[in-house]
Design a binder for this molecule. Structure first.
Ligand code: FAD
Length: 497
């Protein structure tokens, strides 16, 4: 098959962000080319998902049923040994009738399988998918607009393809994002390092929490423990950045020492052996992974998923942000290509909503880290000190001082978040149940109203995806802002404007 020389949209990267965007734009009949550097299936971290991805966005892309048939363990919530309470506590996505099956769970996924299902679905929906094609750079039109990309194909030949839009969904490692201009801001607060590997035969929590993510705080940081099958477990330690040299010097020894330092994880791994072959055969390290681009788009170029931003993994927000941002960007591109809305307005809407979502998680996670008060621990003390230096959002804005678009959008996000609290009583009650699961030990989590807001919006998205036109209509998030069309595929002017 020859590669096209001109399409409507080129998507760089076939991870969850890229394949979601490609699917939603190809579904509207546009010509979409996905260029993916690797051949799938390929390894990726980020295995614990949120319900809004699988019941919301994946329902819109038509892949939810295939995911349901894939046999991924069901994640009904999270179990945390965290904060002042010595006993682990559990939150369920739903103990309420409003959130009864089928949307009260997410999956724990082997990303090699999950990402491949999403990418093949993009192909089935009309996107051309080219693997082993690495984008080298974007191509400009001489008037400040990105007009295509240069890449090497599977035979190592250099190719060029022109497009009305280039979407950078190439994750955190690629450099394409630099072409959008602005900077990548790295969070000092979440300046951590993660060391992770895989184990066979680890202990499981009792039903109904068997598939939950387990997060355990200890002196040096916290562990995730994610069941990927009856026997396979993903285990990772997130520790302070200053331990990087030790961890990178001898990861095996560092992992063994960290496990020993954490009694609960030691106990869970007592019957287990570490996987030493195949895609899970080695320990991996990731650092400096919480960041935010100061610009998300420029004419002809849009960043989605990790290419744009990422926030600490404790609440499994990465794939949610990737797929949600892809949905927002797809709406913008569909609207521009369909002649419904101009580029400036459509992409401003995408950016405002994406920044808002990121801001919600950022603020939430900052509070969440503050719940662990152990003055003797460098890891927690460092976070506490940073967290106490002022209101989180304000501190955040100061840190990215001088970047006006980022500041405005984040502050705006806060206002919008407050406005969202006027949701219907039933929705609020349902969200309360999602957060607390009726468990009083979750009370501190309820203090930040934005937790409720974030979940409320996720639920609205799920409802709309499941019910189509019957679901709650979208509302503008800013004065004069756009709203999602009833089918979720476009932006349209708000009927109230
Ligand atoms: P990716 O999944 O990275 O996909 C990008 C794709 O682009 C890749 O396939 C890559 O091969 C391709 N590519 C790169 N460069 C090029 C190029 N030049 N040309 C063509 N293709 C290219 N998220 C969760 O939801 N739950 C979790 O539990 C979770 N845990 C995490 C733990 C850690 C330690 C870290 C660091 C992250 C975690 N995440 C988690 C986040 C998650 O990994 C990411 O947010 C998610 O993978 C982002 O998806 P994406 O599609 O944006 O990028």
């Amino acid at each position: 098959m020859t590669d096209p020389t001109e399409v409507d949209v080129v998507v760089i990267g076939g991870g969850p962000a890229g394949s979601t965007l490609a699917t939603l734009v190809a579904m509207q009949g546009h010509r979409v080319l996905v260029l993916e550097k690797e051949r799938f299936p390929r390894y990726q971290i980020g295995e614990s998902l949120l319900p809004s991805t699988i019941h919301g966005v994946c329902r819109l892309t038509g892949v939810a049923d295939e995911l349901a048939a894939a046999g991924f363990p069901k994640k009904r919530g999270g179990t945390f040994r965290w904060g002042a309470t010595p006993e682990p506590w559990t939150f369920a996505f739903s103990h309420s009738r409003q959130m009864a099956e089928p949307v009260s769970f997410a999956y724990q996924v082997e990303r090699s399988k999950f990402d491949e299902i999403l990418l093949r679905n993009a192909g089935r929906n009309g996107a051309q998918v080219r693997e082993e094609c690495a984008v080298i750079d974007v191509v400009e039109d001489g008037e400040g607009r990105v007009a295509g990309v240069r890449y090497t194909d599977a035979e190592n030949r250099e190719q060029e393809v022109r497009a009305a839009f280039v979407v950078d969904a190439s994750g955190n490692k690629s450099r394409v994002h630099q072409r959008v201009g602005g900077k990548r801001w790295y969070s000092d607060f979440f300046r951590s390092i993660a060391l992770f590997g895989y184990f066979e035969g680890g202990k499981r929590m009792p039903a109904p929490n068997t598939g939950n993510i387990l997060c355990v705080a200890f002196t040096s940081g916290w562990f995730w423990y994610i069941p990927l099958s009856d026997t396979l477990t993903s285990v990772g330690a997130v520790v302070r950045r200053e331990m990087a040299a030790k961890i990178q010097g001898d990861p095996e020894q560092a992992m063994a020492a960290l496990i020993e330092e954490c009694p609960m994880i030691s106990e869970y791994l007592a019957p287990a052996t570490r996987v030493t072959t195949g895609q899970y055969g080695r320990l991996r390290v990731r650092k400096d992974y919480s960041y935010l681009q100061t610009k998300f788009w420029r004419p002809g170029l849009v960043l989605v998923g990790d290419a744009a931003c990422f926030i600490d993994p404790v609440f499994s927000s990465g794939v949610h942000l990737a797929t949600y941002s892809a949905l927002l960007a797809a709406r913008s591109i569909n609207s521009i290509l369909g002649g419904i809305v101009g580029e400036e307005q459509a992409l401003a809407e995408f950016e405002a909503r994406y920044r808002r979502e990121y801001g919600l998680f950022y603020e939430f996670l900052t509070s969440f880290y503050d719940m662990h008060r152990d003055d003797k621990s460098y890891f927690w003390q460092a976070k506490k000190v940073t967290g106490n230096s002022g209101p989180e959002l304000e501190a955040f804005v100061e840190l990215i001082g001088g970047v006006s678009s980022g500041e405005a959008a984040l502050l705006d996000a806060d206002t919008v978040a407050k406005r969202l609290r006027t949701n219907t009583e039933e929705l609020t009650a349902a969200v309360d149940a999602v957060v607390t699961g009726g468990d009083e030990t979750m009370e501190p989590l309820m203090k930040p109203g934005f937790v409720r807001d974030a979940l409320a919006e996720g639920m609205v998205l799920e409802m709309r995806a499941m019910l189509g036109d019957v679901g709650a209509p979208d509302r503008p998030r800013v004065a004069g802002g756009l709203v999602a069309s009833p089918d979720g595929m476009f932006w349209i002017p708000s009927p109230q404007e």
